[in-house]
Design a protein around this ligand. Structure first.
Ligand code: AHR
Length: 319
């Protein structure tokens, strides 16, 4: 029989030892595989997780996957070999996790997903997913744009879309939510859509290509994150156009960079996606290890920030 920290804790609780000093002295060990450092959002997410672990006295084994699934698989296998108490990770893409998650299950190590979902046939391969409702974020972006379009004198607004990482949950879900809302709206038409991998550099590069191909036909940019929108803003300015005016820009995350762009009149709205998941992750990990029930889905609360409220809200922003 494999003796894990979980079985130890369960026995300790049963024997009434949970408050003994020997038990309290052993810190919880979490192995965390992060997507990378592709955006302002991701940096804030990493800080939130590291700070929460420090505050809670949790030993965090942190691995940066540099946006590659194979690096995450390697990290998870190494966490299994090190016999950490809990494995947590934010999956780069949705599919391809069954094998490694089965290995974690066989080793009796609970897995917590943060931020992004996985597409697995057996949902018992992970305990919980803590993070945003990405479909709803896409819908929120679509609703803001539909309201804008209703007031616009233009007959049709041509939209270009910068998608996040191909195969990632936020790219798939935000696109779906946005399309669901604008579907059948005669004033809104997506004329180009392409991935820019959630980065500023690619956001700029792909927007340059859109501008070259479509020029002044572009009325709206929908970017799946703020970083791609900020990169695109540069491309729009370099093309001699005014971002936020000649091209309306809708994006997602609500990072400080987006608030600054809104205050400068270059971005019209940012739909919030909170990266501050560290405290919830520590709590869920402790609960799982203590054998307490944890909800299968923990959804983050979020808002929508149009440019008009940006100056007032910026001082309150934590990321
Ligand atoms: O998974 C969350 C997304 O990933 C954020 O919107 C984006 O900025 C990040 O890279």
């Amino acid at each position: 029989m494999t003796f894990t920290r979980r079985t130890f804790i369960a026995s300790a609780i049963a024997l009434g030892l949970a408050s003994s000093s020997a038990f309290a002295a052993k810190p919880l060990v979490i192995g965390f595989s992060q997507v990378g450092a592709e955006s302002e959002w991701r940096t804030a997410n990493t800080t939130s997780i590291k700070d929460a672990a420090k505050k809670e006295g949790v030993t965090l084994k942190f691995a940066d996957a540099q946006q590659r699934q194979e690096n995450q698989v390697k990290a998870i296998r190494s966490f299994i070999a090190q016999r950490v108490d809990v494995i947590a990770f934010s999956p780069v893409v949705e599919s391809g996790w069954d094998t490694v998650l089965r290995e974690a299950k066989r080793a009796n190590i609970p897995v917590i997903l943060t931020d992004r979902d996985v597409n697995v046939s057996d949902k018992s391969l992970y305990v919980t997913l803590i993070g945003s409702d990405f479909v709803e974020e896409g819908r929120r972006a679509g609703r803001w744009l539909a309201d804008y379009a209703a007031k616009s004198p233009k007959k049709v607004l041509n939209i270009v879309e910068l998608q996040g990482t191909v195969g990632s949950a936020p790219a798939i879900d935000r696109k779906a939510g946005f399309e669901e809302v604008i579907k059948g709206n005669p004033k809104l038409k997506v004329i180009r859509t392409q991935t820019a991998d959630f980065t500023r550099a690619k956001g700029k590069e792909v927007m340059e290509a859109f501008l070259k191909a479509q020029g002044k036909d572009i009325n709206v940019l929908f970017a799946h994150n703020d970083d791609m929108a900020i990169g695109a803003i540069q491309a729009i300015e370099e093309a001699g156009l005014k971002p936020g005016k000649d091209i309306i820009i809708v994006s997602i995350d609500g990072v400080k960079g987006a608030f600054e762009a809104m205050i400068a009149g270059k971005l019209n709205v940012s739909v919030e996606c909170s990266p501050l998941l560290g405290p919830q992750l520590m709590q869920a990990a402790r609960d799982v290890v203590a054998g307490k029930p944890v909800p299968k889905r923990i959804v983050t609360e979020e808002r929508v920030f149009p440019a008009e409220v940006a100056a007032k809200e910026l001082p309150n922003r934590k990321y």
